[in-house]
Design a protein around this ligand. Structure first.
Ligand SMILES: Cc1cc2nc3c(=O)[nH]c(=O)nc-3n(C[C@H](O)[C@H](O)[C@H](O)COP(=O)(O)O)c2cc1C
Length: 342
């Protein structure tokens, strides 16, 4: 699987998720089998680039390549400048966001709202491609199936974006109107795949190895992108990779192994955010990791009251030590579907 000149190790990608797929989490996902990782979106609005939030999002220290940065905006010139700014800071692939349903994005930025305005959407793609081409940086695009059920225009937009020079397209199988509700539909992704020459990535509700196999079959996609199912369970990438390669399931990871991954993730997380913010923002990652485990909910409630990195790390270590005594292998999640919440 290639994006431009970059050959990726596999066709399982971690989805960009604002507030989740920061650099520490992307590094962890890659370590556990993700073949590609796209940053959380970075605004095209220049006056925000110096903000702490945006500069953290543009931090790629120690991240294995190719480094892909997602940009969001509504103005072609600003988007081209944002691409150049991020290339100067290490981006090797630029991804354009036309998939995010968040109000903040649709009103003041862009996201899936751009799909309503095909002319502007393609102007943006052309401007970003023109800015990236001289630097040899491929441009990828992420979109939904359309704005609403009556306007499922992804196939038309996808063809125009391919002609405008994008190197890969990811499609989340929902309209903007659907938010994260209902079931992702894969027929539109299959339609798009059948008319494009560039690689197409299918996204939406992939949460088990079987589902990954089925979505590949239903869409004919070249790769899969996984978002919410990787929250608290980043080893899902290697589980899916193993199943696709062999038709067999990997045994669950050793509980002590999961302990090690989570502690290393926390360490990296505090390093990026500092202790104060780091402890607070780490709670969601810890919560996702423990919520389907025996005693996980009670632990989560207690852990959320801890204010220091030291106390948080000790609590996590003790929780997994105790769990490992009864369960050397990580016990199965209660209900994988319940884990997919936006
Ligand atoms: C918390 C959260 C944040 C997200 N942020 C972004 C984003 O910054 N850019 C983007 O293109 N999509 C974003 N998405 C959408 C995901 O990339 C993905 O398309 C969606 O979650 C469907 O995939 P899944 O069913 O595997 O989770 C976000 C999703 C979630 C749940």
């Amino acid at each position: 699987m290639k994006i431009g000149t970059y050959t990726l190790p596999n066709r399982l990608f971690v989805a960009p998720m604002a507030g989740v797929t920061d650099r520490p989490f992307r590094v962890l996902c890659r370590q556990l089998g993700a073949g590609h990782a796209v940053s959380e979106m970075v605004t095209s609005q220049r006056h925000l680039w110096a903000s702490l939030k945006t500069s953290r999002r543009a931090d790629h220290t120690g991240e294995p390549g190719p480094i892909a940065v997602q940009i969001a905006g509504v103005d072609p010139v600003e988007m081209a400048e944002a691409a150049q700014y991020n290339i100067d800071r290490g981006a090797q692939i630029i991804d354009i966001n036309m998939g995010c349903p968040a109000k903040k994005v649709c009103n003041t930025w862009a996201g899936s709202a751009l799909m309503q305005n095909e002319g502007l959407a393609i102007d943006i793609v052309e401007a970003v491609v023109a800015a990236c081409a001289p630097r040899n940086v491929p441009v990828t695009l992420k979109m939904r199936t359309g704005w609403c059920a009556a306007q499922r225009n992804a196939p038309v937009l996808a063809r125009a974006a391919e002609s405008a020079g994008i190197a890969m397209l990811t499609v989340h199988g929902r309209t903007r109107e659907q938010g994260y509700g209902g079931q992702a539909e894969y027929d539109t992704i299959a339609d798009i795949k059948s008319v494009l020459r560039i690689p197409v990535v299918a996204n939406g509700d992939i949460d088990t190895p079987e589902k990954a196999r089925d979505v590949l079959k239903a869409t004919g996609a070249d790769a899969l992108m996984i978002g919410r199912a990787a929250q608290g369970r980043p080893w899902i990438f290697r589980e899916i990779a193993h199943f696709l390669a062999t038709g067999e399931h990997l045994p669950p990871p050793a509980t002590r192994e999961v302990r090690g991954w989570l502690l290393a993730h926390l360490h990296d997380h505090y390093g990026l955010y500092g202790e104060g913010v780091g402890v607070r923002t780490a709670r969601k990652h810890i919560g996702w990791a423990v919520r389907a485990l025996p005693g996980g909910e009670a632990f989560r409630a207690a852990m959320n009251t801890l204010e220091s990195a030291d106390a948080q790390v000790r609590a996590v270590a003790t929780f997994f030590d105790t769990l490992a005594e009864a369960h050397p292998l990580l016990p199965a999640a209660n209900d994988a579907r319940a884990r997919l919440s936006a």
